[in-house]
Write a protein that binds this ligand. Structure first.
Ligand SMILES: Nc1nc2c(ncn2[C@@H]2O[C@H](COP(=O)(O)OP(=O)(O)O)[C@@H](O)[C@H]2O)c(=O)[nH]1
Ligand SMILES: [Mg+2]
Length: 201
């Protein structure tokens, strides 16, 4: 993924936050990216920002418990949240995750919404649905993105999209189908979700 999506002109890594005390001041519009560990969150951020290694694609899923802040166009943050649902994560790691992510989601005033990334091949489970419902409960906007579309044929994509839409709360907009590997759907995600919510209003 050599170049950033149109409209993403400049990207800088700002910091990784391991505790809520470390968060940068919330004085800029911000969009967070959430999803199960290994769903391709970091890869999708890299595809959006056009930098293969800006966000570390981990070989040890479930162990990165930090919120990673990226400054886009000098005027907004994209935030890589730690992934959930790693089967081998010990209880204390899960507890820490909850405290960090829920603490962040519940107090971040500048947060415009959360891109919820799911694997298009998998049926949504309780953890995925809990995320979407928690966001709605907190009056935050979820944008659902189905990643790894390169793994399925066109007709299978359509049926998976239907299956997922049915499970989601009604008032959400249609999930976007993407592949961080091929770049499919990334431009639409940037144009319809990211840019409109991070540009100055
Ligand atoms: N086939 C395919 N693999 C992907 C895609 N996005 C990510 N991956 C792979 O999925 C694994 C996890 O990706 P990563 O970005 O680290 O996931 P994260 O844990 O959600 O940040 C890596 O092996 C990626 O190469 C995609 O769109 N298609
Ligand atoms: Mg990651």
């Amino acid at each position: 993924m050599p170049s950033a999506a149109a409209g993403i002109k400049k990207v800088e890594f700002i910091k990784s936050c391991y505790s809520l005390k470390d968060l940068p001041e919330d004085n800029l519009p911000e969009i967070a990216f959430a999803g199960r560990s290994n769903v391709g969150k970091s890869s999708l951020l890299n595809a959006i920002m056009g930098r293969k290694k800006l966000v570390k694609v981990s070989s040890r899923p479930g162990f990165t418990q930090s919120l990673n802040f990226f400054l886009v166009n000098g005027s907004a943050y994209l935030v890589d949240l730690p992934g959930y649902g790693y089967a081998k994560a010990p209880r204390n790691v899960i507890k820490r995750w909850q405290k960090l992510v829920e603490g962040y989601l519940s107090r971040r005033k500048s947060l415009k919404g959360v891109v919820c990334i799911f694997d298009i091949r998998r049926k949504l489970d309780d953890l995925d649905l809990n995320l979407v419902e928690y966001l709605l409960f907190m009056k935050l906007r979820p944008w659902v993105v189905l990643n790894k579309a390169d793994k399925l044929s066109g007709s299978k994509i359509a049926s998976k999209l239907r299956e997922t839409s049915i499970m989601l709360p009604r008032d959400l907009s249609e999930p976007l189908v993407v592949s961080s590997r091929t770049g499919k759907g990334v431009k639409e995600l940037v144009q319809t979700v990211i840019l409109p919510h991070i540009e100055k209003s």
